[in-house]
Design a protein around this ligand. Structure first.
Ligand code: 6PG
Length: 246
């Protein structure tokens, strides 16, 4: 696989704007080529800011939302109206503010027994090739709900798994590397100084995926992008420029 592409933005607002632009362009291209855009959403603060920008006036009319299908890379095992739900976050930041086709919203049923929710989601994904997979980065190098030392990050066959994650004292359902790597493109978003160490390890370190799960994401398409802000990039040795345009 070729090296991931990295773009660094001055602050979280510039990052969110550029990420929204990237998603809008990917949607346009996918809808033009295949009549629909299959987008995998991530949880977390950085993705949430991007969803809010996408739902805002600057992007009104830019995306043919009824042709967009929404999936989730991971979910917390809570009901959909729980404050911790990734579905709820995406609904409030984006879905409630745009003209979605209800049948196109494929959430993970976090309210069900975790193993059952994982199996049901795996079946739903059976013939799905995502056009774009959005992912965040945790300070410990986790992404989606692939945590260091856990089984999901080493999974080679199942596309969705449920695991109890002791680090967050909760059950999670997560897409595994085989599913995330099937995406036509993957876009990581990271912002803030708290991510600097994990980003340095992800892009310049040599830890194996089992210890730094973000490294398990190597899409077969080779299309892997990182969009980060300056604070997150502050630990990198190889930043050559900061983007001022989306
Ligand atoms: C979740 C996630 C998780 C997240 C990262 C980054 O459900 O929490 O999917 O992988 O994307 O932890 O989150 P922040 O941007 O909030 O740091």
């Amino acid at each position: 696989m070729s090296e991931p592409r990295l773009r660094v933005f001055p602050d979280p607002a510039a990052l969110a704007l550029a990420a929204a632009e990237r998603i809008a362009v990917a949607a346009l291209e996918a809808i033009r080529a295949r009549g629909r855009f299959r987008l995998v959403l991530a949880g977390g603060e950085t993705p949430r800011r991007t969803y809010e920008v996408l739902a805002g006036a600057a992007f009104a009319g830019r995306v043919d939302w009824p042709r967009v299908e929404f999936f989730w890379g991971d979910e917390r095992c809570v009901p959909p109206n729980d404050a911790r739900s990734n579905y709820r976050m995406a609904r409030e930041a984006l879905l409630d503010r745009i003209p979605v086709t209800p049948d196109n919203v494929h959430r993970i049923h976090g309210e069900d027994a975790p193993a059952r929710a994982a199996l049901a989601y795996e079946r739903q994904l059976a013939s799905v090739v995502p056009d774009l997979v959005l992912l965040g980065l945790g300070q410990d190098g986790h992404t989606a709900s692939l945590f260091p030392g856990h089984a999901a990050v080493r999974e080679r066959v199942r596309t969705v798994l449920a695991e109890y994650v002791r680090e967050v004292s909760a059950w999670r359902v997560t897409m595994t590397p085989p599913m995330l790597n099937a995406g036509r493109a993957v876009l990581f978003l990271a912002s803030g100084p708290g991510k600097a160490g994990a980003l340095r390890l992800a892009l310049e370190g040599s830890l194996p995926p089992a210890l730094l799960p973000v490294k398990a994401v190597r899409p077969a398409s080779g299309c892997l992008d990182w969009m980060v802000d300056l604070a997150a990039a502050s630990g990198l040795a190889r930043v050559t420029s900061v983007s001022t345009e989306t």
